[in-house]
Write a protein that binds this ligand. Structure first.
Ligand SMILES: [Zn+2]
Length: 382
């Protein structure tokens, strides 16, 4: 038996005026989605547990079969894992943005004018030189996204994600560790300034200790792999000891290598993996951009370039089961993630299911199940 999990990030949406009240999943031409839904089962899942933020880290942890309410400690330790940083029990990781904060205290740009990775690496090296030590270390990531490792008691703070503060007065951290955080952020201004970038300080948020995730093989008894262009999902793979396969043309953007990801899946399964997860970010990016045409195109790319040939490839291999769902909705009219339950579909190559329609409305009458329960449902019936 082979198992496949398909994650079109943020694909679920809402009725769109320009589509005469249809959603992108309803309006796009998706024959492979439709054929799979017709032979499988369609339902609805809460991938974001009550009270948690609708982030891709939370949603994808659910999809991998781990309850975020139990296992999620923060976003930064997942990104740190993707960068190869393993936290000790006495450490906490913070996401460390290079940000632009105006003299009047406005969050001018949470991405600090998008410095290049090379420019940013020099800044982070200077931060480490000037402000590192005593349990504090700075680790360079990509563009404006970096990691600070600090002593574990620095975790005790409430921090606002900088992208939630755009063009608004900043909200400084509160809580027991707030003074240390504030003083480090203030001290960073002097270190960042000489580089002449738009970024003028660090912004710390998303903190957490190393999450205690059991390896996927122990939790589900299967040898798994995944492909993604997104660090958060790469990090979840590292933390659960799922093999992360790199595809050179995976960009995290509309132009990603759909065929490369599909073939990575088929190749890994043919080589002995039991389960493989294919994640594509393009639908989410289109949602954030409010780009309806790009979202429709990304869905149709999923249909033609992944799903249809994937089913052919799986059929040639033997019996298979396939689960498809996004990690949260990213509606094009809202340009951000929402908390709504998402439609899922589960298909077994050996039997005809009740059948359904893979759209938000097609799943609307279904009972909402916890997102993390679907992995057991996928692999539970051999
Ligand atoms: Zn996402």
């Amino acid at each position: 038996m082979k198992y496949v999990v398909c994650v079109p990030d943020g694909c679920a949406d809402e009725p769109v005026d320009d589509l005469d009240g249809r959603t992108p999943l309803e309006a796009a031409s998706l024959p492979a989605f439709a054929a799979l839904a017709a032979r499988g089962e369609v339902g609805r899942a809460a991938v974001i547990p009550d009270g948690m933020p609708p982030g891709s880290d939370v949603g994808n942890m659910s999809i991998l079969g781990y309850d975020p309410a139990r296992y999620h400690t923060g976003r930064a330790p997942i990104e740190a894992a993707a960068m190869g940083i393993r936290l000790r029990p006495d450490q906490v990781a913070y996401r460390c943005n290079l940000a632009s904060v105006g003299d009047d205290g406005t969050m001018v740009d949470f991405a600090g004018g998008h410095p290049s990775t090379e420019e940013a690496a020099e800044v982070v090296a200077a931060l480490e030189r000037e402000l590192g030590g005593g349990g504090i270390s700075f680790h360079a990531g990509v563009q404006y996204r970096h990691i600070l490792v600090a002593p574990a008691d620095w975790a005790d703070a409430i921090c606002v994600p900088p992208h939630d503060l755009s063009d608004r007065p900043v909200v400084w951290p509160t809580g027991a560790a707030a003074p240390q955080l504030r003083s480090l952020m203030d001290a960073s201004r002097e270190v960042v300034a000489p580089f002449g970038l738009k970024a003028n300080q660090v912004w710390l948020w998303g903190q957490g200790r190393q999450p205690d995730l059991p390896p996927f093989r122990e939790a589900y008894g299967l040898d798994a792999g995944l492909v993604t262009a997104v660090d958060l999902i790469r990090g979840l793979g590292r933390l659960t000891q799922i093999d992360v396969v790199e595809v050179a043309g995976a960009t995290g953007w509309y132009d990603t290598d759909y065929e490369g990801k599909r073939d990575a899946c088929l190749d890994a399964l043919a080589a002995g993996k039991d389960l493989f997860l294919v994640h594509v970010e393009a639908t989410d990016e289109a949602g954030h951009a409010g780009n309806l045409d790009a979202k429709l195109q990304a869905l149709e790319d999923w249909d033609r370039r992944i799903l249809a040939p994937l089913v052919d490839g799986l059929d040639a291999m033997g019996p298979w089961r396939l689960l498809l769902l996004p990690d949260h909705p990213t509606p094009v009219m809202r340009k951000t993630h929402t908390l709504d339950p998402v439609p899922w579909m589960l298909v077994d190559s050996r039997r005809q299911g009740p059948g359904g329609t893979y759209t938000e409305r097609g799943a609307a009458a279904a009972e909402v199940v916890p997102g993390h329960s679907l992995m057991a449902r996928l692999v539970g019936e051999g």
